[in-house]
Design a protein around this ligand. Structure first.
Ligand SMILES: Cc1cc2nc3c(=O)[nH]c(=O)nc-3n(C[C@H](O)[C@H](O)[C@H](O)COP(=O)(O)OP(=O)(O)OC[C@H]3O[C@@H](n4cnc5c(N)ncnc54)[C@H](O)[C@@H]3O)c2cc1C
Length: 474
């Protein structure tokens, strides 16, 4: 998937903001500062990929602001960046996406209920220091590895031995290793660069599961990013148009207008609800020639039994057919179920939950159910100055706490808590690498689940408040 699909335009508000900044600081524009700082030297690693060693991203000195490096621009990372005190820290965010996605509303953009720009927020607007401050940055890249051991190698802090090592070594030791995202652009080669951190926050989320089923990534569309929603909208409209042209057989018309949603979690349910509203209203009005051909299929699983029965009834009323089955194979125009049934489709949306990403799997640190193991203060206990929040992390068994669900409300509250924790640590003089070891971190993170909600179309929704022993729907 070309990487530029993951970019959104920076709005005019941001441009205006930065021009007012320029007028306040006429001597050095941010881009010039960046250019002057980013003098590079090069070396080639074992894979033949050029490493760029970038000045301005090496270990901070004691008279400089400590640097917080945030991996990921999702719910958790962005919430943290929003509240981090940039008078104390410089912030560097590394992510293959230059914006945050408001995921609960993503399904609504697939059918035009909401516009795409309503659910995406540029990083620079969430944390303006990233566009303005000379030592705060956003890098469009993936973190490929982390050298946890060498991050304490902080210039000036540990005496002459490290200082001499710094002077003698042509290459600063790797801390966070990143690779630019250039997939789909033939003229640009990917390159590696390293960033030293004082505090590292791993908030790289989880990945859509496909259970190794053949053909899923080639033929199905996930629903996690804005470009996925754009792809779904494009296919849906294209299929409606194609089915209306003269000469299309009845069978092909049915296939083109058959939308199949695999996965019965909240995302699948919400998308089916949106789809059924779209079919009932827009298709009936604007594509009345083909209105009797369009169908949607869905499979439900999570939610409490009563809610599931209710959702089943409501979705069926709205024209969504629910099918139980296991997908065995995905082909360009049909899926094959484990009992051999063939289901032709024009649009296939895959939403069967999330699991750890290959990046998280590659990290050599203790895990909790495949997620990065954390303690009550969201620290990764086996290494210094590393924290993890959101879908990629889970409480270690030793804390006696349950691994929390992969939800925005968990990520959001963890990001908020960690920002205030890091601000406190920074104010008390523990911002630089290896300087907060004996500090009192204060109250641990406590999560209270407020319930879950999924809209199912026709202005109806499921609300599951099981933790407070009440479930209701409206
Ligand atoms: C369609 C949809 C609807 C949802 N609805 C709800 C809802 O209604 N309520 C709710 O509570 N939850 C909902 N969720 C779940 C919620 O979105 C997630 O729990 C939440 O986004 C997790 O936040 P996160 O920051 O951990 O991960 P994400 O938001 O997934 O962000 C991860 C970030 O890390 C980046 N990244 C990945 N790999 C790397 C790497 N190697 N290096 C650097 N960066 C990397 C990604 O590009 C991304 O920017 C929904 C999810 C989806 C997909």
């Amino acid at each position: 998937m070309p990487w530029f699909k993951n970019l959104i335009k920076i709005s005019s508000t941001i441009l205006n903001q930065s021009s007012s900044y320029k007028s306040m600081t006429p001597l050095v524009s941010p881009s010039l500062t960046q250019f002057l700082q980013f003098t590079k030297d090069y070396s080639t690693n074992n894979n033949g990929i050029t490493n760029h060693h970038v000045a301005g991203l090496e270990p901070t000195k004691n008279d400089q602001k400590p640097r917080v490096v945030v991996l990921g621009s999702g719910w958790a990372g962005c919430r943290l960046m929003k509240d981090i005190d940039t008078n104390i820290y410089d912030v560097v965010c590394v992510s293959p996406r230059n914006h945050m996605v408001f995921t609960p509303l993503l399904a609504s953009t697939c059918v035009g209920t909401l516009e795409f720009r309503s659910v995406a927020e540029p990083i620079g607007r969430i944390q303006p220091a990233i566009s303005r401050e000379p030592s705060s940055f956003f890098f469009l890249a993936n973190c490929s590895a982390i050298d946890f051991d060498n991050h304490t190698w902080c210039l000036g802090q540990f005496g002459t031995l490290n200082f001499t090592r710094y002077l003698l070594s042509p290459i600063p030791p790797a801390q966070v290793q990143c690779q630019t995202v250039t997939e789909g652009v033939e003229t640009v080669e990917p390159w590696n660069f390293n960033i030293s951190y004082d505090k590292l926050v791993i908030a790289s989320g989880a990945e859509a599961l496909s259970f190794g089923i053949k053909g899923v990534s080639e033929h199905a569309t996930f629903l996690r990013e804005v470009y996925h929603a754009q792809e779904i909208r494009r296919k849906l409209l294209l299929n409606l148009m194609l089915s209306d042209v003269p000469g299309v057989s009845e069978e092909e018309k049915r296939r083109l207008l058959h939308c199949v949603v695999v996965g019965g979690g909240p995302t699948g349910v919400e998308f089916s609800g949106e789809l059924s509203d779209f079919i009932r209203k827009d298709v009936h009005q604007r594509y009345s020639h083909v209105k009797d051909y369009i169908r949607a299929n869905e499979i439900l699983s999570s939610f409490d039994d009563r809610l599931r029965t209710y959702a089943t009834k409501q979705l069926t009323k709205s024209g969504v057919r629910l099918v139980r089955g296991l997908v065995q194979d995905v082909q360009p125009e049909k899926i094959i179920l484990s009992d051999g049934t063939e289901v032709p489709y024009g649009l296939l949306v895959w939403s069967t939950g999330v699991g750890p990403s290959p990046f998280v799997n590659s990290l050599d640190i203790p895990k909790a159910k495949g997620r990065i193991g954390i303690d009550e203060w969201l620290r990764v206990p086996s290494v210094q100055d590393v924290y993890s929040i959101g879908d990629c992390s889970g409480f270690l068994e030793s804390t006696g706490r349950q691994v929390l669900p992969a939800l925005a409300q968990v990520a959001e509250r963890q990001g908020k808590y960690l920002a205030s924790l890091l601000n406190k640590v920074g104010k008390e003089g523990g911002g630089h690498a290896n300087s907060a070891q004996n500090m009192n971190f204060g109250d641990p993170f406590v999560y209270k689940h407020l319930g879950s909600m999924a809209t199912i179309g026709r202005y109806k929704a499921l609300v599951d408040l099981r933790e407070s022993k009440v479930s209701s729907f409206f």
